[in-house]
Design a protein around this ligand. Structure first.
Ligand SMILES: *[C@@H]1O[C@H](CO)[C@@H](O)[C@H](O)[C@H]1NC(C)=O
Ligand SMILES: *[C@@H]1O[C@H](CO)[C@@H](O)[C@H](O)[C@H]1NC(C)=O
Ligand SMILES: *[C@@H]1O[C@H](CO)[C@@H](O)[C@H](O)[C@H]1NC(C)=O
Length: 973
């Protein structure tokens, strides 16, 4: 206790000393003398991008980044480390101290669990945080948060809607009797809702809310702080608009293999709302949805997520949600009480939507990266950093007016300045391609609808004839690049504005290279990822599908977490996976479970373990593993039960190595791969949680499976696995301890020879995720790069070098028309290569943010690639790596390591069997190979650099660096 006190005193002393000094300095403004916690997070939500943070847990966790420190010369200090922190949590109204952590001696600055008094529902709190480094003490940083309704008994409203009419506008009037201290709304409207107060849409960029769930198991609600809105006494009108969304039979019944038996569970839209008003005189009032609300069918005549929407502007009632509104027509009837969508008796939940909503425009994408903005030179499309509003780049006429938006994406278009007679009907159609071959092969360049499969995608508006009308579709979205407008002769390009819609997120990654091909692949990855982030990871945004296919999500998760802060989004998805898990441990191919099977194909079910694992890898948050650990174990035990019946040789499967050029003849091997992967991941999780019992148990299981895998699948006739396909050999080699050491070179040669003989990769979505890391790890990095840089069929580059389309998103298949006429041009299941970009080309490996690794793989052939620049903004700060090949023998590497983090930086041989001869840091030689004794002695101490080691077999040189910025040059011979 005494020691701590002394430490605090010392820290106080040194910091005040520093303040004094810098205050006297001439140019103190150029280097801040004050340090403050930055990017404070409550749970996983960053307060700098979220002004209103709502939590649904009694034990939130807090994270922050350490501010930069500067020395007396104004230079960035390296090796800034936290030695302690202090957190206070107060209740806002009473100012009661809920938690005072006291000074905690700890280097930990992430996921610090609240350990104070019991938090209560609908209450506002603040967290005040400071930290200490060896030299300094930070300012306090105050962040606000509030709590949701923790218990069902906190709710008093009813679900309302109508079984009789299409009641999609509902209204009521309340009376504010006093001065408001706090006004808080809790609302769930399903399928979708929008909230209006006195004619104003609350939260203008929010769309398609609440998120799609298996409603009977879990329906999400959201919350708004409306204190500033209810700022005057008197009557106030509240209005709610409802859409069908996914709470609609059609959404479940359309499409091949849809589980129509579930569609009966859904019906007309409904809403539950509770508005808690706290007055300054300590009285309070709750306004809730009940049968006194009035409803009608508004101008919104028809809406379907798939098919589009029909809007009749003739029946718009201006200010219909205002208190003073009177309708000349008696269209409004009392709302009916409808049953709750949640099946509480079966354990269902009404829970707070803790992920961000779907949004449009600049609010949808925050930018955390410091690097470029706008499009990288040579890349085709629209930059994701451009603000989310997309304008046509060209217009012409084929069957109507066709607009090219220059980018494939998910969303819709708005038309403005419409001037035509009353009852004019205008139709908007959307497509990814302009292509239509007529009977005689005539190319009409009309819109291509075949890959929309069984749906007709169309938004329709009926004008009121009042001039200057505007139409924006609601409660629907489309996947498209081209817009066709019918029924209105002359729409100006300026009167078309399109919105790309996706779950709100922050761009945290930047990856650019000297290769236009890689840059275009990265661009396409970002767009196909955003297009498929619609409250859950969908497979595609355009056709009658858009399901939460688990396999796709498992394959792209690592890439996603390098590019976007989608932690809350995937936590929501994990919870839905857990919701769908049956008592026998089975998880389903799709979540919500709409198509496919349960138990899922093992490569689809792997999403449960894989997503959990990568979330931990990218955030270091152990509680994520803790939360899903038992469920993941149950899934593995379910797989084990299936395996016991068949052995690996006949392991069940649904899809094999999906979308392969040549499907392997043995899909049981592909399923076995996922099973072994999951067991292996589970062993890693058990180690993190110190579950030695499970480490032992599942290690034994893994060894048995690894032996069996080799025994039943190895085929001496092909010096490889099963049919000797690339898929089979890749998957076997990618699994730890499956291929015996004595055979590894043989199998690897079979694989390499096959790739060289065919000239391309022949597998599908499962094996390509393993292919690139495997080649880079096994000494074939140049070959991996050649495959990645290829633009001939089949390759990523072919998607934007072909006669049909210059793709701006990743395709579903290696091919498109004419062989794959019905396939999507906007899928994310092939996006796994994006993780290899960051991890291998830039070399950034996050390792749960403990000790980061920077280990770029650089090709021997300097002509393949000579420059990479990458950044990942983590919870602890920005990690940057940038390398440039200076010559055949030398490379420069600049790295930035965030405060409170260490990194191992590794330099690979630039020349086959080469040896590193010299290392320079910031223009000074700090290491040189001593020719005489071949010792690895540092010539010079560089502040922040330590522990130089050399891998004798590969020649790789590694050093440990503390936080800060460094520029190295390595010379090889
Ligand atoms: C409103 O008042 C209730 C009852 O006093 C209290 O429990 C709740 O925390 C208050 N909410 C806010 C946001 O002030
Ligand atoms: C009704 O209230 C709205 C604002 O709440 C106001 O803009 C409008 O002018 C009012 N209409 C009438 C007829 O008073
Ligand atoms: C009350 O809220 C409205 C809507 O947010 C705002 O326009 C108005 O300025 C506020 N008035 C006061 C007195 O704060």
């Amino acid at each position: 206790m005494l020691a701590l006190l002394i430490l605090v005193l010392l820290i106080n002393k040194s910091s005040s000393h520093f303040l004094h000094d810098s205050g006297a300095s001439e140019d103190s403004s150029s280097f801040p003398s004050i340090i403050t916690p930055r990017h404070v997070r409550i749970q996983h939500t960053d307060v700098t991008t979220h002004s209103d943070i709502v939590i649904d847990t009694y034990t939130p966790h807090f994270s922050w980044q350490l501010g930069d420190e500067f020395d007396d010369e104004g230079d960035l200090v390296r090796g800034v480390k936290q030695v302690g922190y202090h957190i206070l949590v107060h209740a806002d109204v009473s100012n009661q101290v809920m938690w005072d952590s006291g000074y905690v001696h700890s280097s930990s600055s992430a996921h610090i669990l609240y350990a104070g008094a019991l938090l209560t529902s609908d209450t506002r709190y603040s967290a005040t945080i400071k930290y200490f480094t060896v030299q300094r003490e930070s300012q306090w940083y105050k962040a606000h948060f509030r709590t949701a309704l923790f218990s069902l008994t906190d709710w008093s409203g009813e679900w309302i809607g109508s079984n009789g009419i299409n009641m999609n506008q509902l209204r009521t009037v309340i009376n504010i009797s006093n001065t408001i201290r706090a006004a808080t709304a809790y609302i769930s409207g399903i399928g979708y809702y929008q909230l209006y107060i006195e004619g104003q849409l609350i939260d203008k960029s929010r769309r398609l809310d609440v998120g799609w769930t298996t409603y009977q198991q879990r329906t999400l609600y959201t919350s708004y702080d409306l204190t500033d809105v209810f700022n005057a006494t008197g009557p106030i009108g509240i209005g709610i608009v409802l859409g069908q969304g996914w709470y609609n039979r059609q959404q479940w019944a359309i499409g091949l293999g849809a589980r129509t038996e579930l569609s009966d569970q859904y019906g007309p839209p409904r809403v539950l709302m509770q508005l808690n008003l706290n007055y300054t005189d300590d009285t309070s009032q709750s306004v809730v949805t009940d049968s006194s609300w009035l409803g009608r069918e508004g101008e919104h005549r028809y809406d379907s997520v798939y098919m589009g929407t029909t809007m009749d502007l003739r029946v718009v009632r201006s200010c219909w949600s205002c208190a003073n509104f009177t309708d000349p027509y008696p269209l409004w009837i009392n709302a009916s009480i409808l049953p709750s969508p949640v099946n509480f008796t079966a354990g269902g939940h009404l829970s707070l939507q803790t992920m961000d909503p779907i949004r449009i425009g600049p609010d949808a994408l925050h930018i955390a990266t410091s690097g470029r903005s706008g499009l990288v030179t040579g890349v085709n499309g629209v930059s994701v950093t451009d603000g989310g509003v997309i304008k046509p780049i060209s217009k012409d006429s084929v069957n109507g007016q066709v607009f090219d938006l220059g980018q494939n994406f998910a969303g819709w278009c708005k038309l403005t300045s419409l001037k035509a007679a009353k009852s004019t009907i205008i139709q908007l159609r959307y497509a990814e391609l302009r292509y239509s071959s007529g009977e005689n092969g005539i190319d009409f360049k009309g819109l291509y609808y075949e890959n929309l499969q069984s749906i007709a995608v169309m938004d329709t508006v009926i004008l009121n004839g009042t001039g200057n009308e505007t139409f924006e579709p609601l409660f629907t979205y489309h996947g498209f690049r081209y817009l066709l407008v019918n029924g209105y002769d002359n729409i100006d390009k300026d009167d078309v504005e399109c919105y790309n819609a996706h779950s709100e997120t922050t761009l945290i990654g930047n990856f650019t290279s000297s290769s236009v091909v890689l840059n275009q692949i990265q661009h396409n990855i970002l767009w196909s990822q955003l297009s498929n982030s619609m409250s859950l990871p969908t497979d595609c945004p355009q056709r009658n599908e858009r399901r939460g296919w688990m396999g796709d999500a498992a394959l792209s998760i690592d890439e996603v977490l390098y590019n976007f802060d989608y932690v809350n989004f995937y936590l929501n998805f994990l919870t839905m996976i857990a919701d769908n898990q049956t008592p026998d441990g089975a998880v389903s191919d799709t979540v919500p479970f709409t198509v496919g099977t349960s138990p899922a194909d093992p490569n689809w079910g792997t999403a449960y373990a894989t997503i959990t694992w990568y979330m931990y890898e990218h955030t270091g948050d152990r509680t994520i593993i803790e939360k899903y650990y038992v469920g993941i174990q149950a899934w593995i035990d379910c797989l084990t039960g299936k395996y016991v019946q068949t052995g690996l040789a006949n392991m069940y499967y649904n899809y094999g190595d999906w979308a392969a050029v040549q499907q392997t003849k043995n899909a049981s091997l592909v399923s076995s791969y996922a099973f072994l992967q999951d067991v292996h991941t589970f062993i890693n999780m058990s180690e993190i949680l110190n579950r030695t019992d499970n480490v032992e148990k599942y290690t034994r299981l893994y060894q048995r499976l690894a032996d069996e895998f080799h025994r039943v699948f190895y085929n001496t006739a092909v010096s490889g696995y099963t049919d000797g396909s690339q898929t089979a050999n890749i998957l076997a080699l990618a699994l730890p301890n499956v291929v015996p050491a004595s055979l590894r070179t043989t199998v690897l040669s079979s694989l390499i020879n096959s790739i060289l003989a065919t000239g391309y990769f022949t597998g599908g979505i499962v094996s390509i995720a393993a292919l690139y890391p495997l080649l880079s790890n096994e000494g074939y990095h140049d070959l991996a790069l050649k495959l990645a840089l290829s633009t001939s069929y089949p390759s990523y580059g072919y998607m934007f070098h072909n006669d049909i389309q210059n793709a701006t998103t990743t395709w579903e298949q290696w091919n498109t028309l004419p062989t794959q006429a019905g396939s999507s041009l906007n899928h994310h299941m092939f996006n796994s290569i994006g993780a290899w970009f960051y991890q291998y080309l830039a070399g950034i490996q996050l390792n749960a943010l403990n000790t980061i690794k920077i280990h770029p793989r650089i090709p021997y052939d300097a002509n393949l690639l000579n420059h990479i620049e990458a950044e990942v903004v983590t919870i602890k700060g920005a990690v940057r790596a940038k390398w440039t090949r200076l010559s055949v023998e030398s490379v420069s590497l600049s790295v930035t390591i965030p405060n409170n983090v260490d990194a191992i930086v590794s330099f690979d041989a630039l020349i086959k069997n080469g040896r590193c001869m010299k290392l320079i840091c910031d223009d000074e030689v700090f290491w040189m190979r001593e020719v005489m004794d071949n010792e690895l002695r540092m010539l010079k101490n560089v502040h922040g650099v330590s522990e130089l080691t050399e891998n004798q077999s590969t020649g790789t040189i590694s050093i440990r660096v503390a936080s800060g910025k460094y520029t190295f040059i390595a010379y090889w011979q």
